[in-house]
Design a protein around this ligand. Structure first.
Ligand code: PGA
Length: 252
């Protein structure tokens, strides 16, 4: 079974309105024809504009970086999955470690957001990953298993089939430290086997699992070459069109 290969950019809280439009345009102009899916994860203010720019390009989609799990209501400052969908965005990054650590998101909240995204025709890119402490105490595999149990495995198999996962070791995000290709492969294979046990081998085989954490043009191809790595979630390097394109070109 062939899985979808994806390179997703996570712009985080970068780029004002004009700069965001310029970056999206630059990326799209420089993109070579390829079969992979390219997702641009922008701040909310860019969702509509970048969706318009990407409209004509069949393999480029737009993602929000968060959404609320309620449809509407008195939630000042929040944006619902339905609102994200109305901009033209079709993906949403959920459970990023910055959301978890800086904004107190728990696995339970992530699960509610995943359900809301799916109910509103958005594909969630669900992030999991261990801290340095868990890695050093050799509990990283168990830690990620628990995150999956609490933030994902309450879904039905049909719902799980519509999800993309991202493994992002917290110690590798924005630090310049990358998981080695072997470390990434070990965790990706572990995640796939957990999904197989929780659901079935087919669901596991078709699940796209992206690696994120200091992916750069220089290390992308080696990480992407691992059998269970289906692409990447790129932070810093997604803000420079040439770097992002070089990373996309590293995906075979
Ligand atoms: P980074 O961020 O590529 O800058 O390490 C990855 C992420 O947070 O998604």
């Amino acid at each position: 079974m062939t899985r979808k290969k994806i390179v997703a950019g996570n712009w985080k809280m970068h780029k004002d309105y004009e700069a965001g439009r310029d970056l999206a345009q630059d990326i799209i102009e420089k993109l070579q024809p390829n079969d992979h899916l390219i997702v641009l994860g922008t701040p909310f203010i860019h969702l509509k504009g970048v969706s318009m720019i990407a409209k004509e390009v069949s393999n480029v989609a737009v993602a929000a970086q968060n959404c609320h799990y309620e449809t509407q209501g008195a939630f000042t400052g929040e944006i619902s999955a339905a609102m994200v969908y109305s901009t033209g965005a079709r993906y949403v990054i959920l459970g990023h470690s910055e959301r978890r650590t800086l904004f107190g998101e728990s696995d339970a909240t992530v699960f509610l957001k995943v359900k809301a995204a799916l109910a509103n025709q958005l594909t969630p890119i669900v992030c999991v990953g261990e801290s340095l402490e868990h890695r050093e105490s050799n509990s990283h595999l168990d830690f990620v298993a628990q995150q999956l149990q609490d933030s994902l495995f309450g879904l039905t198999a049909a719902e799980c089939n519509a999800v993309v996962l991202a493994y992002e070791p917290v110690w590798a995000i924005g630090t310049g430290k990358t998981a080695s290709p072997d470390q990434a492969q070990e965790m990706h294979a572990h995640i796939r086997s957990l999904v197989s046990k929780a659901y079935d081998p087919e669901t596991a085989a078709q699940l796209s699992i992206l690696y994120g954490g200091s992916v750069k043009p220089a290390n992308a191809a080696e990480i992407f070459a691992q059998p269970d790595v289906d692409g990447g979630l790129i932070g810093g390097a997604s803000l420079v069109a040439d770097d992002f394109i070089a990373i996309v070109n590293g995906l075979q």
